[in-house]
Design a protein around this ligand. Structure first.
Ligand SMILES: NC(=O)c1ccc[n+]([C@@H]2O[C@H](COP(=O)([O-])OP(=O)(O)OC[C@H]3O[C@@H](n4cnc5c(N)ncnc54)[C@H](O)[C@@H]3O)[C@@H](O)[C@H]2O)c1
Length: 383
């Protein structure tokens, strides 16, 4: 099967690499020819490095690179069985693209979107054949992070998610199937990692290096502030705001002024030389001793919110318990799945943490998921 990737930016070039390494002839198209040229040059360097490191033979690298075919016109994609779009995150532009693709590709070809925050159903709504449209949400960097969220829209053919999950497995990926709901699994469940850390900072309970150190102390590879600086505060703020709006302004996802001010001041993170931390003289890795009791309190509060979000995603049937846990470990490198983590102390413990926060702040933000209440009453696991 021939594959096409549309949009040759960060995600598109990574996805094209994955598809070509899986053996597909992979067309790469972008409205800006220079983006395709840049992607091909970047991929050439990547394959050179893989050869240097002994991960690929020189012949394999050459053959894989030869499978990546720059396209200059969408019509060249007519023979493809799967097209994955990774263009700008704009509903109108994506809708126009899939509607045009529909007129070029054979009826059985699958149209996949790598959207992070738009509704797959809304994108498919532009097509006369929405049954062949599906979300395939890769994570950055796509060649390295195994997770792919497979997201059928409302009108997607009932067998397509399984077929795409099987294909993603053949590509060496870890697929999870999830409902077309805001943020899918990862971008929804991970919100409190950032949002609650910011609240703890805003209240003056701890400074940023302390919060980061506390979370790293329980196995997270990066603290929330370091990670926001890496992702880019503009991108992280947009995701937070999009998820909050898409949930009809549910207070649980409310963005913070702290993050908004970072964006307004251009402190976007590593890419702008300054975010929550300064990167002007090289990256600063805050390593500081942390009072164990304070660290435990920080971890408990952030973890309670993360577990609550994972439990709520399960309650609302966004995905299976196994897939929710797999998504967080395979997509954002969490040290453990959150539902498995919850079992270590039991639902009652986490419910109590949330009830104390809810009583203290009187905010719906801390409302426990019905699943957490139910598991506590029945003495059940959340899984
Ligand atoms: N960057 C991430 O971490 C990440 C992770 C997962 C998903 N996504 C999603 O992947 C998509 C792409 O993100 P990115 O970070 O790679 O963006 P990017 O800006 O790096 O690349 C987008 C590319 O699309 C091209 N483009 C724009 N409109 C086009 C059109 N109509 N036809 C063809 N090409 C067009 C642009 O020229 C650009 O080269 C978005 O939907 C984003 O939400 C991004």
């Amino acid at each position: 099967m021939k594959v096409a990737v549309i949009g040759a930016g960060t995600m598109g070039s990574g996805i094209a690499q994955v598809a070509a390494q899986a053996g597909h002839t992979t067309y790469l198209f972008d409205t800006r020819k220079e983006a395709v040229d840049k992607a091909v040059a970047g991929l050439t360097k990547t394959f050179d490095r893989l050869v240097e490191k002994g991960k690929l033979s020189a012949e394999e690298a050459k053959a894989t690179l030869a499978r990546i075919v720059p396209a200059t016109d969408l019509k060249e994609l007519a023979g493809c069985g799967l097209v994955i779009e990774a263009i700008i995150e704009d509903l109108g532009v994506k809708k126009r693209l899939v509607a045009e693709l529909e007129t070029i590709l054979p009826h059985e070809a699958v149209l996949a979107t790598n959207t992070s925050s738009l509704s797959v159903t809304a994108i498919a709504g532009a097509c006369a054949t929405p049954e062949r449209v599906i979300g395939l949400h890769f994570f950055n960097p796509a060649p390295l992070l195994p997770l792919v969220e497979v997201v059928p829209g409302l009108a997607t053919d009932g067998t397509l998610a399984t077929r795409m999950a099987t294909l993603m497995q053949a590509w060496g990926k870890a697929p999870v199937v999830c409902k077309d709901t805001p943020g899918f699994i990862v971008n929804r469940v991970a919100r409190p990692f950032y949002g609650e850390a910011i609240r703890i900072f805003e209240e003056g309970i701890a400074d940023m290096p302390t919060i980061d150190a506390a979370m790293k102390g329980v196995g997270f590879r990066m603290g929330p502030f370091e990670l926001m600086d890496l992702i880019g505060n503009d991108i992280n703020f947009t995701v937070t705001r999009t998820v909050w709006e898409a949930f009809f302004y549910d207070p649980r996802y409310k963005p913070s002024f702290t993050q908004q001010r970072q964006v307004e001041s251009g402190r976007l993170g590593r890419k702008s030389g300054r975010g929550y931390y300064s990167y002007v003289d090289g990256a600063s890795e805050p390593v500081i001793p942390v009072d164990p009791a304070l660290a435990a309190a920080i971890v408990e509060r952030i973890l309670a919110m993360l577990i609550n979000e994972a439990a709520d995603a399960l309650f609302w049937q966004v995905a299976s318990a196994a897939d929710i846990d797999r998504a967080m470990t395979k997509g954002v490198n969490y040290p453990k799945g959150l539902l498995a983590w919850a079992d270590e102390l039991g639902a009652k413990h986490w419910l109590n943490v949330l009830l104390v926060l809810q009583a203290r702040y009187g905010e719906d933000r801390y409302r426990p998921s019905p699943l957490l209440l139910e598991a506590t009453l029945k003495g059940n696991s959340l899984r």
